[in-house]
Ligand binder design. Sequence first.
Ligand SMILES: Nc1ncnc2c1ncn2[C@@H]1O[C@H](COP(=O)(O)OP(=O)(O)OP(=O)(O)O)[C@@H](O)[C@H]1O
Ligand SMILES: [Mg+2]
Length: 349
Amino acid sequence: MVMDRPIIQLPPARILGIESSCDETAAAVVENGRSMLSNVVATQIDIHTQYGGVFPEVASRQHIRTIYAIVDEALQRAHLGFNDLDAIAVTRGPGLPGSLVIGMNMAKGLALSTGLPLIGVNHLEGHLYSAWIYPHDTPAPPAPPEFPLLALLVSGGHSELVLMTGHLEYRRLGGTLDDAAGEAFDKVARLLGLAYPGGPSIQKTARDGNPEAFNFPRARLEGTWNFSFSGVKTAVLRTVRDLESRNIALSVADLAASFQAAVVDILVQKTLHAARVFQAKEILVAGGVSANTALRDAFVAQKEFPVQIPSIFLCTDNAAMIAAAGYYRFANGQRDPLNLDVLPTWALS
Ligand SMILES: Nc1ncnc2c1ncn2[C@@H]1O[C@H](COP(=O)(O)OP(=O)(O)OP(=O)(O)O)[C@@H](O)[C@H]1O
Ligand SMILES: [Mg+2]
C-alpha cells in the first residue's frame, strides 16, 4: 500500500471512523489524525463466549442491531453533527465478509445522505495508526511516532513485522507462517480450559504462575522475518497430555505463564533484531496482543529503542484507529466511490 504521491500538508479535518470487521461494532471521531473526540465500542464478547470464538453469522446480525446507535453515540459524545465532519472512514478489510459489509453499508448510506467523502481503510493500517492517537483533553499531546518505524502488529488474525518509512508507506518484512499470536493465545487458553478471549485469560492466570516452569520452544526462524506459533502451542498440548497421563496435577498458572513468556520472548527478540537491521528510529507495537502486559513490560524494559504502544483501550478493535488512518488517507487525496466493495483478505504492503 504505497502512497501515490507524498502528503504535502496535513489539513485540519475531523473524520468519523466506523469499524465492524469482526465482533466489535465501533464508531469514533478523531481530529487531525490524532486528537480523539469520541470512541464508542460495543463488544460482542459475551455473545460469542458460548461458542468459544466468533460466530460470523451471529456477529453480522449483531452489528446490524447496534451500528446505528453506536454511530449516533460517537457523534453525541463528540458534541458534533455531520456538518462538523470532513469525511467518513470505514474498515474495508481484512475481516469477516458479513461483518465488514454492515459497517461499509452504514458508511455509504451516511456518505450518500450527507455528501461527505467515503474513505475505505485497511484494518491493519488502523491498528498501526492507533499509536498516533491521544484523548482530546490530554494536557500535553505526546510527540508523534518518528519514521522509520519498525512495527510489530500482533492481533487475532495477524503477526506482522512492517517497516514504516513514512505516512502510508509500508514494507512488509514477514509474518506468521501458521497461527497469529492472538490466535495462539486463544487456542492455548481453550486447551487449558480458560475463557474466551484467550489473551486476557492467559495474562490473568499467568500472574500466579512461574514463567520458567516449562521451557517451551521458541521458533527463531533465523534468516527470515517470519514467526511460527504452532510449535509452542503443540508443546503446551503435549505437556498437558503428558502430565495427565502420569496423573501429575496440572498447574494451569505455570503453563499459562511459561507459554506467555515464550511468545513474548519470540516477539521481542525478532522485533529488536529487525529494528537494528533496518535502522529504525522507534519501535511501534499494535494490535490486540499489544494489550498484553508482559509484552508491554518487555518492550519498555529494553532501552535500545524508544517504543510506541497505544493505550490498552486502543489495542483491540476500535474505530478511532480507523478515523486516524482515514485522516492520513484523506490528506493524501483518497476519495472512494459509493460502489466500493469490502476486501475480506487484504494484505498491508
Ligand atoms: N491481554 C492480552 N494478552 C494477549 N492477547 C490479547 C490480550 N488482549 C487481547 N488479546 C488478543 O488479541 C486478539 C484480538 O485482537 P484484535 O481485536 O486486534 O484482533 P482481530 O481484529 O480479531 O484480528 P485482526 O486485527 O488481525 O483482524 C485476540 O486473539 C485476543 O486473545
Ligand atoms: Mg483487529
